[in-house]
Design a binder for this molecule. Structure first.
Ligand SMILES: [Zn+2]
Ligand SMILES: [Zn+2]
Length: 392
């Protein structure tokens, strides 16, 4: 009961229940830093739809609801705001949406980047040598946007719903990642890529159909919803990749991904380079012909953790990293001058296999079936249900 209560607290402290708006009194916002990896010192703000009330610190300046643009420029630890007949400096500029469908566009001027469109509110201040652009956005709109940036817009509906749940679970499980910097998630690969709103109705539909759903384990803790491109026919136990055993991330056999794009790969590496690597990094006895045989011809009928596990302990995950291989699920064959790595899958292999999940979606499996196939002992829970659990 205590854990459930903690989750309840977690939810209500991380998801801001925005002040009641005219047509939406339960909007749940998440705070994303935009252009987080680019030091932007000047932007143009364009109102696109709905309307915005613009505030300089706590002072209402004007409404942004026409075609004109507003220029914001870093000025020391403040922001210079300019438009025709208006110019002033404030610590924080806020663009507060006046309707649930308000959208805006940002065009970075310094440096010059392509414009991006976003939903809901924007707050602009200074952070060192950059503008600090904070998007307070409804979590379902954010979720739909991230699906587009991660996997595009043309996948089966049930797969998109799976992605929505995984993305939302990640967002809520990691909302404190940037707490010290004054926001919840960045918009780059460090957290989840979010380069603006999606215009795909399918993706919005997937987010809304699974609205508020996240994945929790038996103790109602938010799970690490790991995923990768293709498992090659068998996913990995979490401890074999990241050293920590997690109950939801167990190895499963998967036939759904076997004929997809990233199912098989091959890479040739010069034999001397391969042996030299093993000798230098692991002190492998490359002059001992019996030992050399083991690393020139290697078979992996099902997932293994080590290339050689007696005396030398050579983890496949390091071989993958160092040799830049697509996965650790490979065989090695001696072909004279070269060794040939023939492998299956792409990625770390833990959790959801995306290409397998896509195939399941194509074959008509529901999103709950797909999620339960790749994650073990998990439960789907809606935020609003937490209230109910708390009362129990
Ligand atoms: Zn981040
Ligand atoms: Zn797979």
């Amino acid at each position: 009961m205590r854990r459930i209560f903690l989750i309840y607290i977690l939810f209500f402290s991380c998801v801001e229940i925005a002040a009641a708006k005219a047509t939406d009194d339960r909007q749940q916002n998440i705070q994303i830093r935009l252009f987080s990896s680019n030091n932007i010192s000047s932007i143009n703000f364009f109102h696109v739809s709905g309307a915005y009330a613009v505030f300089g610190d706590s002072l209402k300046l004007f409404n942004a609801d026409d075609l004109s643009f507003i220029t914001l420029t870093l000025s020391g630890d403040s922001v210079l705001i300019q438009k025709p007949n208006f110019k002033n400096i404030y610590h924080t500029i806020k663009f507060i949406s006046q309707s649930p469908s308000s959208t805006f566009k940002i065009k970075p001027l310094q440096p010059d980047y392509k414009p991006r469109t976003y939903d809901d509110d924007l707050q602009v201040s200074a952070a060192g040598k950059s503008l600090f652009l904070l998007n307070k956005v409804d979590i379902e709109k954010y979720t739909a946007g991230v699906i587009q940036w991660e996997v595009g817009t043309s996948n089966p509906e049930e797969f998109n719903k799976v992605k929505a749940i995984v993305i939302r679970t990640y967002a809520l499980g990691n909302w404190r990642r940037h707490e010290d910097e004054g926001f919840q998630l960045c918009d780059d690969v460090h957290c989840q890529v979010f380069r603006g709103k999606t215009f795909s109705q399918n993706l919005h539909h997937a987010a809304l159909e699974t609205s508020e759903y996240i994945l929790v384990d038996d103790s109602v803790r938010i799970v690490t919803a790991a995923f990768h491109s293709n498992c090659g026919g068998q996913t990995m136990n979490s401890e074999d990749v990241w050293s920590k055993a997690v109950s939801s991330l167990r190895s499963v056999n998967d036939t759904f991904c076997l004929h997809k794009t990233n199912a098989v790969w091959q890479k040739k590496i010069p034999k001397d380079l391969w042996l030299d690597y093993l000798k230098t990094k692991y002190g492998y006895p490359v002059n001992d012909s019996a030992e050399v045989k083991k690393v020139l011809n290697f078979d992996q009928p099902s997932r293994m953790v080590y290339l050689v596990n007696n005396d030398f302990y050579i983890p496949l995950k390091f071989v993958r990293e160092d040799m830049k291989l697509k996965s650790t699920f490979f065989n090695i064959k001696d072909e004279g001058e070269n060794v040939v790595f023939t492998g299956k899958g792409f990625g770390h292999g833990v959790g959801l296999c995306q290409e397998g999940a896509m195939r399941m979606g194509e074959k008509g499996y529901s999103y709950t079936k797909i999620i339960n196939y790749y994650y073990t002992d998990i439960h789907l829970i809606r935020f609003s249900q937490l209230d109910f659990f708390k009362a129990e």
